[in-house]
Design a protein around this ligand. Structure first.
Ligand code: SF4
Length: 249
């Protein structure tokens, strides 16, 4: 277990993806990731300082020295919860890939979970790490990385299958990022994985966000992919990244 972590950001915002889209959360963004997606917008450069919002939702940050300790994080979270009672739904642990920082999660989640429910945003590949912290989580949002959009040149299907089986049993949703290059075969793989565990697990189809603010898939193609997925799963939803539209973090 570790009492400290290298964080890139700590801030308050509206969740823009998945099951909690529209909910306000406190985001703790950890550094490091085990993948290298071509659409990634995370800066993995290890920095001597992390960024913490000075006031929740202000968009103005101050530097904090790395590594950041749990008491620093919890005192900030407690201050925000007092300042804005009822405003926050949960704490989102995101990255990077949070499960890379397993020792930190084991050290931090018990205390964070006493403040608010803990929501893990993960790339859905590190099933053994998940097993060790699953009892400390309240919700998991896992990605299934499609070759057509992630650009990752090795197959992740087996890792995702193991992760999905490990994650099942608590509140769980799956997200895929699609573009005009996404194929029906990929949707077939995804729906097959989910049906192999539970066809009622929600699947969120997220159009690829482009740097100019548009999305990388036409509406007709998007709806074709949705219809295919919905013919095999009971809860399929299409949601673009909402926080980008709001200009929020
Ligand atoms: S898994 Fe997420 S954080 Fe890691 S490279 Fe892919 S998009 Fe970036």
């Amino acid at each position: 277990m570790s009492n400290t972590a290298f964080i890139s950001e700590l801030f308050s915002s509206v969740q823009g993806e998945g099951l909690f889209a529209g909910r306000r959360q406190i985001f703790i963004r950890l550094m490091e990731c085990n993948l290298d997606c071509q659409y990634c917008d995370t800066d993995f450069a290890m920095s001597a300082v992390g960024k913490c919002e000075t006031a929740p939702g202000s968009g103005v940050s101050r530097d904090v020295n790395q590594p950041v300790s749990l008491p620093v994080v919890t005192s900030l979270v407690k201050e925000w919860l007092t300042r804005l009672p009822g405003a926050h739904h949960s704490i989102s642990i995101t990255g990077g890939e949070p499960l890379v920082s397993l020792a930190t999660l084991a050290g931090w989640l018990p205390e964070l979970g006493r403040l608010l429910p803990v929501h893990l945003e993960t790339n859905g590949t590190l099933s053994q790490a998940l097993r060790q912290v699953k009892p400390l989580l309240h919700h998991i949002s896992m990605d299934i990385k499609l070759p057509s959009t992630s650009g990752i040149d090795r197959s992740l299907w087996e890792e995702h299958a193991l992760f999905l089986r490990e994650a099942y049993g608590i509140s769980l949703a799956v997200k895929i990022v699609v573009s005009g290059r996404t194929t029906p075969e990929e949707i077939g793989q995804v729906t097959g994985l989910i049906r192999g565990v539970d066809g009622a697990i929600p699947l969120f189809i997220q159009p690829l966000s482009l740097t100019d603010g548009s999305v990388g898939i036409g509406a007709v193609t998007l709806l074709e992919l949705q219809a295919l997925a919905a013919s095999r799963l009971s809860d399929v939803r299409v949601i673009p990244q909402m926080h980008r539209m709001l200009g929020a973090l």
